[in-house]
Design a protein around this ligand. Sequence first.
Ligand code: 5GP
Ligand code: MG
Length: 195
Amino acid sequence: MRDDIDQVLIDRHEIAARVQTVAQQITSDLQAHEGGNLLLPDGPGLTLVPILTGSIIFLADLMRHLPLRLRIRLVAISSYPGSATTSRGATILEHLTNLPEDLTGQHVLLIDDIFDSGTTLKAAKSLLEKRNAAGVRTCVLLRKKRAETLDQHVDYCCFEIPDAFVVGYGLDYNDYYRNLPDIVTLKPQIFARSS
Ligand code: 5GP
Ligand code: MG
């Protein structure tokens, strides 16, 4: 598996440091905006909504730096099915989604691995808004630098990366490589093999 790596874009130490910093920023913003209520032991708390499957490692690391009363609800969206390396549009996978029908009064932090065209995050956000969430903030590990999405807002982003297909730290190619600890690109022959 390691032989398949072309370049390491962001290593595990950089990821760990940045995830901690972003978690601190989220905590202090929530404290400021909700009058500290989200931090109280009997306050309403925060609902984390990771988009499956790519965000699971990011979620696991981020949440351990959030000293908040929180719970997790899942949304599954498929954008890059199988060996696709470009978006095929966002499809919500209902059977893997466990979102309550009514999110009235709940403050939500929507978490994804990577923001590319923005279609996935937009689909998830509109689903949460339809279910009456009190507030939805968005948080991504990576964002691809693309001129055509500059006007799209994300509340928290750990790293901006060039417009390349990346894997590792939860991100897959054809469902593999999620367990690589760093964010990497793959050698071109890997893609040639499965096409
Ligand atoms: P968007 O809908 O913003 O175009 O794409 C976001 C989704 O596509 C992410 O949730 C992720 O699943 C997938 N994706 C986008 N870019 C990449 C990439 O470079 N590598 C991998 N593994 N998945 C990506
Ligand atoms: Mg995804």
